[in-house]
Design a protein around this ligand. Structure first.
Ligand code: PLP
Length: 398
């Protein structure tokens, strides 16, 4: 089919999320590169929005998926049959998580994991109030949207689930809003859509303490920082606390669609009784997806990929120095260039695409330019990509 025809069909038949999609027509992807249908190689600083942990088509993931497809694909709804990939994945997660996080429920996307975590917190506590943060993003289904901290994106979809409250991330005074009526506090360990905002001044320890005082559960959404992106398997490990419920997705699947929430088994059992089938999913724990997750987790825990993240972050920070860059936010390979204007940040993203470097924005902070490459990116590739960004900034005239 001619190239223009495919683009026309993409815009006509495939439902769109925005009036101006990037519309890169993909032919294949490997390592840190995505190739278009003309064979042009694009250096990928997006990684499918923090999803391609090990780069594109990593041989270990490809083998795990192909082997699994050869033996069986979907055979039964979640939780009934013993399917080795899902069991091995849940066990390896438990082995790599602190106590008491030992029981994992596998779903199909990040937002479903958020929904499951919120339901579980309400069951465990018998309370209904959820406290979330301004600027928070936990997914786009209606429960997750109810705890989204960005009114502009919510108002068209009201009424959402009532009874939630909002606090400001990193603001200690607001923690008094957490009371013995609160079922759970849900936070991103590092706020993503709001602008890659890291917790400061022992903030998460203070949240943990207040939750313990009031009996509220602490849910940490690690859908973006999780699976090695900050140099540890999960971002919370940097802050010396353990959540009651851990929410994950994106990079967990190494390129396959997945989500999961993990908690203590004594809590998780609430979802199987009174009523039984309290949370169900047809495709959660899908064996092909679980095989990709298992291969990703094994590769992360058996190699030096996570150890190398700190040096890669330092390299990015040393190269991204320019009078038009006001700040580089984030941690590990979850970085955002901040500029003084939305116009300049949008220009960097558009212009870099023309120069075969893939950059993207953040949901709510339009002065930010996302840099979330595959964790396997090489130092040479980091240098090449940053040189493109600096060239664009040097040529900028407002
Ligand atoms: C922090 C966070 N939570 C939840 C989600 C939703 O995940 P999904 O798009 O897989 O539903 C995302 C996705 O961007 C995210 O970054």
């Amino acid at each position: 089919m001619p190239k223009d025809m495919m683009k026309k069909d993409f815009l006509s038949y495939q439902a769109q999320t925005s009036p101006r999609p990037m519309a890169l027509e993909v032919s294949r992807a490997e390592g840190s590169y995505i190739y278009d249908t003309d064979g042009r190689a694009y250096l990928d600083f997006i990684a499918g929005v923090s999803a391609n942990t090990l780069g594109h088509s990593h041989p270990r993931i490809v083998k795990a998926v192909s082997d699994q497809v050869e033996s069986y694909m979907h055979v039964m709804v979640y939780g009934e049959f013993i399917q080795h990939p899902a069991v091995k994945l849940a066990k390896l997660l438990a082995e790599n998580l602190p106590d008491p996080l030992d029981s994992t429920y596998l779903v199909n996307s990040g937002t479903e994991a958020t929904e499951g975590a919120l339901k579980l917190a309400r069951r465990v506590t018998g309370r209904s109030e959820i406290i979330a943060a301004h600027g928070a993003y936990h997914g786009n289904t209606q429960g997750s949207m109810s705890v989204m901290g960005y009114e502009e994106r919510k108002q068209a979809f009201r009424p959402l689930i009532p009874g939630n409250k909002f606090i400001s991330f990193n603001k200690e005074e607001d923690l008094q809003k957490i009371t013995d009526k609160t079922a759970a506090v849900i936070l991103e360990t590092i706020q993503g859509g709001a602008g890659f905002i890291v917790p400061e001044d022992n903030y998460l320890q203070k949240v943990r303490k207040r939750c313990d005082e009031t009996g509220a559960l602490l849910i940490l959404d690690e859908i973006q920082p999780g699976f090695g992106r900050t140099g540890k398997l999960f971002g919370f490990e940097h802050y010396h606390i353990v959540p009651d419920i851990l929410v994950m997705g994106k990079g967990m699947g190494g390129g396959m669609p997945v989500g999961a929430f993990t908690a203590a088994r004594k809590h998780m059992v609430q979802l199987m009784d009174k009523p039984a089938l309290g949370h169900i999913t047809t495709f959660g724990g899908n064996p092909v997806v679980a095989s990709a997750c298992l291969a990703t987790l094994q590769e992360l825990t058996e190699t030096s990929i996570m150890v190398d993240i700190q040096a890669k972050e330092a390299l990015f920070r040393s190269l991204l120095v320019h009078p038009l860059i006001t700040e580089v936010r984030g941690k590990g390979l979850m970085l955002a260039i901040m500029t003084a204007s939305e116009k300049l940040s949008a220009h960097i993203i558009q212009e870099s695409l023309k120069r075969a470097l893939l950059l993207f924005g953040l949901l709510f902070e339009r002065k930010a330019v996302r840099i979330t490459p595959p964790l396997t990116i090489s130092e040479d590739e980091i240098r090449q990509g940053c040189a493109v960004i600096i060239d664009i900034l040097n040529e900028w005239h407002d």
